[in-house]
Each structure stands twice: as C-alpha cells, then as structure tokens.
Ligand binder design. Structure first.
Ligand SMILES: [Zn+2]
Ligand SMILES: [Zn+2]
Ligand SMILES: [Zn+2]
Length: 384
C-alpha cells in the first residue's frame, strides 16, 4: 500500500505514520489484518460467540438482538440486507473450538492453534488455569487479555523462522516505564508484582521453549505485558451494528425511513435495558502499521472494523496533506470530551506518554482538575 510512510518524527514521540499524498475526508488510508488477535476472556465467558481466529460473531443480527434484549420474537426487517453467512462455520476436530470458515481454521492452526489446542472442558489444563486466574484479576471492562500474550508466544514458537518472528514482535514498542515522565504502565505497578509473577509462572506452564524463554524471565514478561498493554488495539464487532449500517444504505421513502429509525431506536432501548452497554464481541489485536499511528486529542483519522471481523480500516476524518502526521485518538469518544488533565492522565496510565498535541498545548493553561465528571473519576480511582 502507498500514500503513507512510517518514520521518526521531529518531536519526542518517536516513530509515527506520515502521509505522502493528500487524503480527503472519508478516504481509506490503510487496511490490515492483525499479527494476532484474541477475544477478551470475560466477553467469551458471557457467550459472545465468535470465530476463534478472526473474531467474526457467529450470530445473525436477528439472533444477536434477540439474545441481547431477551426478546425471542423480534423480527428484523430487511434481514437479507446483512446476510451473515453461517453456513461455513466449522470446528477444530480435536478441541471443538469454532471458526467462521475453513480458511480461518487453517490460519489459526498455522499461526498459534497447533500449540494452543486443548480440551476446554478440562478445568485443570494449564491454559484454563491461566485464564481463570486472569479473569479473577481483571474484571470487565476489559482492556487486554493474557491470551493475546500467550498467542504471541505460540506464534513465535510455531514459526518456521522463530528468531525472525521474535524480532517482529520486538519491533512493537515494549517499554515498561517512561523514565523522562516517570510513568509506569498501569498493569505493571508495584502493587501488581505478585500478580505478574503468578501470571508469568502460569504462562510458562502453558508454553515454553528456546525461542520464547527470553519473554518468560521477570523482565521479559513485564516488557511483553507492556507491549500488549500499549499496542493492543481494541476490536469490537457487532452483527446488529452491521445490520443497522447496511439498512441505512437502502433507498426508501421518508415515511419508511422514519418508521425504521424509530424501530432501531426501540431495539437499542430493549438491548440497553437487558445488557447495558455490553453489546459487542470485544477483544484486542496487534497491528503492525496501525500501531505506528500516534495519538492526538484532535485526530485526523479514525479506525473501524467495517467487515465485522478483526480486519482494521483507517480512514481520514479531516483533510490530510502530504507530510502531515496521521493521528488517531487512543481515547474513546467520551474520554476525548474531557479536560486536558483527565485525558493526559488516562493516556499516561495506559500508554506511558504525556500528550502535547495541538489541542493539549492550546489548553495548557487549564487547571489540573476541572469538571464534575472528572471529580467523580478521581473518587473512583481513590477507591481502587
Ligand atoms: Zn473467522
Ligand atoms: Zn483445537
Ligand atoms: Zn492531547
């Protein structure tokens, strides 16, 4: 793909993604599949059925909305409009795990599943023990998963060229502290030393070997955890959202459109009553190009998952000129609206940097704590 390059920026941020041509609003900048991805542990436990390789939900939009709203009679109009193909769903012959297609089954086996195929009904299996321990340490909302880390190790160990695979993994930023700014990743604070040791020992029970040894020492494990924490890109897929997007494309009379809009509002209301905001199949993945994209509180690009699986798409949301840095927001819509202090705090804890984007610079005179919402945020933190 062309139109962008990864290079060192003049500022302190290190590497970044820069445009080499002009992009208009809505233009696709890039698309890529992750090196590895993984559904979050609690999300899977709550039966958000998904392909174990590409995270494609294994439900039709109608099944999805029926389950989330607990209303088994809901019928979606224009069902053909998003025809999720579940005919090709297949399973691993040995462990029974689900894939959306033969292709995903094969790719998973080649990438990591040969090493990670196990009997999921055996609670004593090292993978099950690790997963259970992780779940007890990390309640939802989940931001990462120890299984992503395990898949990375399996990917290295299974590779036909393990040293090259390990080098690819190490290209991702994996610092555990930012000395300049005196920041430590929130997963790696001193209070977690014991937890990390437990996770490291349990991980070593799952996978070991010459090529992954370097990641199973206390330092190696911390840097891998930091790698997963700082580079892991959230992935969310929803059959219902895909259906909503595709019915928006249909041509219909204003009257029909109005009716449909009301119907969709009602669907989301039902779903919210039963399932809150816990709607999507969620997980995270490691993307080679996407992870080079730096944060800005006033981003000019946005990523999404338009295919309903783990394939990411980066689109321009502002005009971008050749030479401009392409930036996304690492914060969600809601956090992005908050004060400079709140934004910087969240970025520091999760991504180990102090944001000095244009917007932050222009707000430098804002006090270090502001709105009421931010106050309640502080209180929640204090209770931790
Ligand atoms: Zn799949
Ligand atoms: Zn299997
Ligand atoms: Zn900023």
């Amino acid at each position: 793909m062309d139109g962008f390059e990864i290079r060192t920026s003049n500022s302190k941020k290190g590497k970044g993604l820069f445009a080499t041509k002009k992009y208009d609003v809505g233009d696709v900048i890039l698309e890529e599949d992750p090196l590895v991805s993984c559904q979050f542990a609690w999300n899977a436990a709550y039966r958000y059925l998904a392909c174990d390789y590409c995270m494609r939900p294994l439900e039709t939009p109608e099944q999805n909305v029926r389950r989330l709203s607990c209303k088994p009679d809901i019928v979606l109009p224009h069902a053909s409009c998003f025809d999720i193909n579940l005919e090709n769903v297949t399973t691993c012959d040995q462990c029974g795990i689900l894939y959306c297609s033969e292709d995903c089954k094969q790719r998973a086996y080649e990438a990591f599943h040969r090493t990670l195929c196990y009997d999921t009904s055996d609670a004593q299996h090292p993978v099950m023990v690790l997963l259970e321990t992780w779940k007890q340490m990390h309640y939802p909302p989940e931001t990462t998963s120890v299984m992503l880390l395990v898949r990375i190790l399996a990917f290295i160990e299974q590779s036909s060229n393990p040293s090259a695979a390990a080098a690819t993994v190490k290209q991702f930023c994996h610092r555990t502290v930012n000395e300049d700014a005196e920041l430590v990743h929130k997963l790696l604070g001193e209070q977690f030393t014991e937890q990390l040791n437990t996770l490291r020992e349990l991980t070593a029970n799952v996978i070991n070997g010459d090529h992954v040894e370097q990641f199973l020492t206390p330092e190696g494990f911390c840097s891998l955890m930091a790698l997963v924490g700082t580079n892991g890109q959230g992935i969310g897929t929803s059959p219902l959202a895909l259906w909503v997007n595709s019915v928006l494309e249909i041509t219909m009379s204003d009257d029909e459109r109005q009716q449909l809009d009301l119907f969709i509002d009602k669907l989301y209301q039902y779903v919210e009553e039963e399932s809150g905001t816990f709607l999507n199949t969620e997980g995270s993945g490691l993307f080679c190009l996407q992870s080079a994209c730096n944060h800005s509180c006033d981003p000019n690009a946005e990523s999404s998952f338009p295919y309903g699986n783990h394939r990411i798409q980066l689109k321009a949301i502002k005009q971008i000129m050749p030479g401009d840095e392409i930036c996304i927001s690492y914060l969600d819509e809601c956090s992005l609206q908050r004060s400079r202090h709140s934004r910087q705090k969240e970025l520091a804890q999760n991504y180990l940097f102090v944001c000095w984007c244009e917007r932050c610079l222009s707000q430098a005179s804002q006090p270090d704590c502001t709105s009421e919402e931010d106050m309640s945020d502080e209180e929640i933190d204090a209770d931790d």
